[in-house]
Design a protein around this ligand. Structure first.
Ligand code: HEC
Length: 289
């Protein structure tokens, strides 16, 4: 009986070892593929970037958010909506933190459709801080007719786009709190127009065909703070801005998480001390009869 058990255990262990080897080989072959050229069937993984908002102590870089907003406004807003963000949000703490005055002036530069008025007609008026960003297109059909595809709303795009990081990354990610898949993807996408013969080729778009023409080029937006006017810098800044749009309360959430962890650690120590005290009733004898 004993022998059979030992034998069975050996087979089990060997199976686990084989499985592990197979997983590692698979991961190695996947990562070898991702660097490769322009095969339409390959889906390369966006390279991870350094973001100020990553990790348990992450926070937004305010000048970066302001630059990112400038890119959104001057470039992306020609096609994309940002429905869930109101002008006044740009003054919220933990965001781009424009002043109330700046937000008011900005809102006034937009025309907002309002109404109906007393005679039952819709009318246009200057924007107010409480208005939401309007879209350049009247509806999706108009956008599709003009661009060949509907540009998705960008309010939640940094959370909506994700991808598999594969083995062994997906085992490690929960521990290092990796949640920047969306920003890595957007950054890679904006830098992913790598085939000069085909302007619709994008290295990182699933299927590699994208209806969006390359939106950024060096020098198209004028930064006032002396940051480089290059595509990678523009892409990084607008991605950070879109991450803020998707998660305006990120800093608050991380701060709260850390204080809860701090509280729980102290509470655990107190409980442990209390348990020691109660259960070590010195000198007490358990009656045996
Ligand atoms: C000329 C119009 C136009 C401009 C300008 C533009 N886009 Fe797009 N964008 C599109 C269209 C159209 C699509 C839909 C593409 C498709 O489905 O093939 C799209 C899709 C996207 C997507 C989604 C890709 C996916 O995974 O489905 C992202 C992200 C994006 N755009 C970001 C941006 C950002 C950031 C900017 C500004 C730097 C920008 N776009 C500027 C037209 C535009």
């Amino acid at each position: 009986m004993k022998k059979a058990n030992a034998f069975g255990g050996g087979v089990g262990l060997a199976a686990v070892a084989l499985f592990a080897v197979a997983l590692v080989l698979n991961a190695a072959s996947v990562s070898a593929e991702t660097g490769a050229g322009q095969n339409p069937h390959e889906q390369p993984k966006p390279p991870p970037q350094e973001w100020s908002f990553a990790g348990p102590f992450g926070h937004y870089n305010q000048p970066q958010l302001q630059r990112g907003f400038q890119i959104y406004r001057e470039v992306c807003a020609n096609c994309h909506s940002l429905k869930l963000i109101a002008f006044r949000n740009l003054a919220d703490p933990g965001g781009p933190s424009f002043s109330e005055k700046q937000v008011k002036a900005l809102a006034a530069t937009y025309k907002i459709k309002d109404g109906p008025n007393d005679s039952g007609e819709m009318f246009e008026r200057a924007g107010r801080p409480s208005d939401y960003f309007p879209w350049n297109f009247a509806n999706e059909q108009a956008a599709r007719a003009a661009l060949g595809a509907v540009p998705p709303d960008l309010s939640l795009i940094a959370k909506a786009r994700t991808y598999e990081r594969g083995f062994p990354q997906f085992l490690i990610d929960p521990f290092i709190q990796y949640e920047e898949h969306g920003p890595d993807y957007i950054y890679a996408l904006l830098n992913g127009y790598t085939n000069e013969q085909d302007p619709q080729w994008n290295e990182y778009m699933p299927g590699h065909k994208i209806a969006m023409p390359k939106p950024l080029a060096d020098g198209v937006v004028d930064y006032e703070d002396g940051s480089p006017k290059t595509v990678p810098q523009y892409a990084r800044d607008v991605t950070a801005f879109l991450m803020w749009a998707s998660e305006p309360k990120l800093e608050e959430r991380k701060r709260l998480g850390m204080s809860v962890l701090g509280f729980l650690s102290i509470y655990a120590l107190l409980l442990f001390a209390a348990k020691k005290k109660i259960w070590s009733h010195a000198g007490a004898k358990i009656p045996m009869d």
